[in-house]
Design a protein. Sequence first.
Length: 377
Amino acid sequence: MGQGVPDAQACRRVSAGLGLHVNAGLETFQAYLRIPLVVGPSRLAPHWSYAPSNLFVTRDPARVETVRRNVRAHRVGTLPSVYLIPEFVSHQEEGLLLKHVYSRERWKSLSGRRLQEYGGTVHHKQGLLEAPLPEWMSSLLQRVAAKAGLWRDNMPNHVLLNAYPPGGGIMPHQDGPMYEPCVCILSLGCQATLHFTRKRALEHKVSAQRSLQQQQQQQQQQIHGTANGTASNASYDAALSADNSPVRHAGTDDAEQLLSSTCLSAANCCEVSCAASSTYTSGSSCAVTADQQPPAEDKQTEMSVLLMPRSLLMFQHAAYEDCLHGIDEVLEDVCTQQTDDLTAYGLHSPCTLQRTSERVSLTIRRVPRVRKGLLRL
Ligand SMILES: O=C(O)CCC(=O)C(=O)O
Ligand SMILES: [Fe+2]
């Protein structure tokens, strides 16, 4: 054993740390420098290395607790972990944000809405194919992250911006598995009502559609003496499409395809509906039988939230993972006692709000798996 190198048996590795508070914009961070030390029988030797793990930055725990407490004060509705902050941005900020949005020309047209993406494109296997965020969007994300405290020490890195004309909407769906299971939605321009529905309720709806399809198929066979599965599937898809049926976003890449055409095949829809059921195994046929009737309470929307312009909605856990969320394609929002957050806006039920202009929403999420350096022009 060389001189001065402590006996490995007799030494203990410990680390000392230096902590530093850093103020960055609205957020307070703690930066730590960890210095590994080797404690031998006769001396204390710094065992210095430059591993990146020796320097780490984390949010100030006291600040995190304050954020959580503040967020809890905004809880709405019957589902846990749904929060709404009215007037998250001012009228003036709303105007500026809309100006940025409308000065960008890259829109994708879908049925009932058009969309823009910020931060890159989400691929269902590779994750986020990252593209740089404009300055104004980065500062908005910092502000949302600081207020929401949803992403721990990370920043959200992807925004799907939807613009809905009056009468536009988005079918009930669950956001894709590539995202961390929490989301913030900033609404601008006009209001809409977001409905949360338990996945089980929609499973029954799809299985009822399927049963109808099977009956029609059998009738066809009796009349023509043939099995015309393709035609039946097409009409089944059309029925689902017309009915705003559930779709799972696989990521934004797939979202465009899925959301524009609803379920691509009956099998797809079945997979979506069964995925929520514990009896489903990948590749198996649908386990929900045609005769099952939903219990009465299953037919109901779990909760509805009025999203007024400038408000920020946040949700995670059960609302994200066990429910589908969607916006009906209607020209007015009818608020009843079941609309969960009216008092937050100083409104009372019943009331009806006309959708008179385009609504712009920013769906803010984080994709943990990122492929960097793939600039999309
Ligand atoms: O526009 C909204 O409020 C909802 C958008 C949404 O659910 C999504 O982009 O996944
Ligand atoms: Fe969504």
